[in-house]
Write a protein that binds this ligand. Sequence first.
Ligand code: HEM
Length: 230
Amino acid sequence: MPSGHTATREKHRREVRVWDLPTRLFHWALVGAVAVAVLSAELDVLSVHMLAGETVLALVLFRLAWGVVGSQTARFADFVKGPRAILDYLKRARAGGEAAFTLGHNPLGALMVVALLLVLLVQASSGLFASDDVLVDGPLVPLASGAVVSALSTVHRVLANGIFALVGLHVVAVFFYLLVKKDNLIRPMVTGRKAVPVPVTEPRRAPAALALAILAATAGLVLLVLRAAS
Ligand code: HEM
């Protein structure tokens, strides 16, 4: 029979809609686009690689805007914290239990989110100016000097390793939470819902129509830039 304490906790354990649909669709579309970009680069199918990279760029630009005007848990202001809050979270996490509960990204995970977004932004943008010096040029190569193309091609090649490292770390962290801390973060990123151990108010959700408008704008911007160069 559960103790009074456990019973109270179980009473509070209810499902909350933590991730909105735009954030979840963004995440899994990003996983797909990055996977296609990596595979096509390995297979040397650079027309597909460039298309996938441009998709990554539009998606990341969407996420940056959604992080400002989107739903509560998607906003950077909601989850990006300073070093003090990160240290405090680590202390609470070491103690275990509900003390470390965070509704959206925890302050440490937030670092990973920001790092992934920034690295993908630089990687996708530098790809537009990258050249293999033989057959294939990124779409904006004609607009840049030889020195800029050479520098950005190096950035694009070197940063690819950074993406492997970050994505690897990200997936290891998610599985560490799943297997060691018994906290399944993957299910909420699929269904949007998370069982919460403490009473919380349902996070505010921004309208899906706003997400569609932002996505149309960021995809349009990327297409416009590509068109301008051709
Ligand atoms: C190319 C591979 C991947 C990239 C680039 C990537 C990128 C990201 C980004 C940018 C976020 C932040 C989401 C947001 O707030 O918008 C995130 C969160 C998350 N990702 Fe991934 N991801 C990748 C693969 C995966 C895989 C394979 C899994 C699961 C097996 C996964 C599980 C998660 C989960 C559970 C979260 C939420 C973490 C939390 O609750 O704080 N990701 N990922």
